[in-house]
Design a protein around this ligand. Structure first.
Ligand code: SF4
Length: 329
């Protein structure tokens, strides 16, 4: 089958099967840029189904680039609350300010300028160029990588390099509908070429897939290591109010409200008889001793927060998990 026919088949499958995601709605070119920017920031490190309600709420509250550039920190963080990796929100606002000041409110249409914007790396700039500007680029995310590995049955280390995947990316040619073509390959990975049990019977490219022919779907996956770190949190309360601090000490959850904490040795964690909790954050597995204090720790930037009031405050889910755990004391 000719390459053109295969790319048409992929697009045809996409037209009939794509998910109706809020950032894929038909809208003006300018709004498409904004939707793509916000969704790509949110999708860094977070799954599509988690992002959907956050995206909808964000666009309702902060509907365009101008309002994002002007939004205050409280409102921005409230819209991002629970999504994690809060530096993304801060970078998103910085980027919008730069777009307004340096590019007259339009996202730049080239990779060099995009990569100079805060929070935009190689993948995100390619995704923006493909999706918002219809450039003939297919950014390689985890889904696309898996589709490529399966189609060419790539198993060896020297086959799974960035260069080799980039060479193979236009395996079925290009299309004038570059934006949808890129999203179609991503969507094949997300919906049918799944990590376990790919649904090859529904796949528009099964006839061209080596893994399908060989009935060998195993893929070499990257092994992620979660660092284990040990902490002690000071839980001080007076009536219903709990002491929190604005975090300027740790690189994670920067500037957000957390319980006063310090890192401790593993042996201290093991020997402690206080209540303990595990929380996963970024690529870190945190094991935390919840140490009740009768005396208020000597801390400069502390706030006494009413535990009945936490829903109205901008708190990371990390802090909410600790609140939930101590409420069972
Ligand atoms: S045929 Fe199966 S293994 Fe090959 S790309 Fe399609 S879903 Fe993936």
């Amino acid at each position: 089958m000719k390459k053109q026919n295969i790319s048409n088949k992929i697009l045809n499958w996409y037209d009939n099967n794509k998910r109706h995601l809020p950032w894929r709605k038909h809208t003006s070119k300018k709004q498409k840029q904004y939707f793509t920017l916000v969704s790509e920031f949110m999708l860094q490190q977070t799954q599509v189904k988690t992002v959907i309600p956050y995206f909808e709420n964000f666009i309702n509250k902060i509907p365009n680039m101008q309002s994002l550039a002007k939004v205050n920190s409280d409102k921005l963080m409230k819209c991002w609350e629970g999504l994690g990796y809060y530096s993304r929100a801060r970078n998103l606002r910085k980027t919008s300010k730069q777009i307004i000041s340096d590019f007259k409110g339009n996202l730049p249409e080239n990779i060099e300028d995009l990569k100079k914007l805060p929070g935009i790396g190689d993948y995100t700039s390619r995704a923006i160029l493909a999706i918002a500007f219809n450039k003939p680029i297919i950014p390689i995310d985890g889904n696309v990588e898996r589709v490529l590995k399966r189609i060419f049955c790539l198993k060896k280390k020297n086959e799974i390099t960035k260069d080799n995947l980039n060479k193979k990316i236009f395996f079925f040619g290009k299309s004038k509908r570059s934006s949808e073509y890129a999203q179609a390959i991503m969507e094949i990975g997300a919906l049918i070429c799944k990590p376990k049990n790919p649904i090859c019977i529904e796949c528009p490219i099964s006839k061209n897939c080596i893994s399908f022919k060989k009935n060998n779907f195993e893929i070499k996956s990257k092994i992620k290591f979660n660092k284990i770190k040990y902490f002690e949190a000071a839980i001080y309360n007076n009536k219903n109010k709990y002491l929190l601090i604005k975090n300027d000490k740790f690189n994670f959850l920067k500037n957000l409200l957390i319980f006063p904490m310090r890192e401790v040795e593993k042996k201290k964690f093991i020997s402690s008889i206080s209540r303990k909790i595990n929380i996963k954050i970024s690529n870190m597995n945190m094991k935390i001793i919840l140490n009740k204090k009768n005396e208020k720790p000597k801390i400069k930037n502390g706030y006494m927060l009413d535990k009945n009031n936490i829903e109205s405050k901008i708190l990371p889910s990390f802090t909410k998990k600790i609140f939930k755990s101590i409420s069972k004391y």
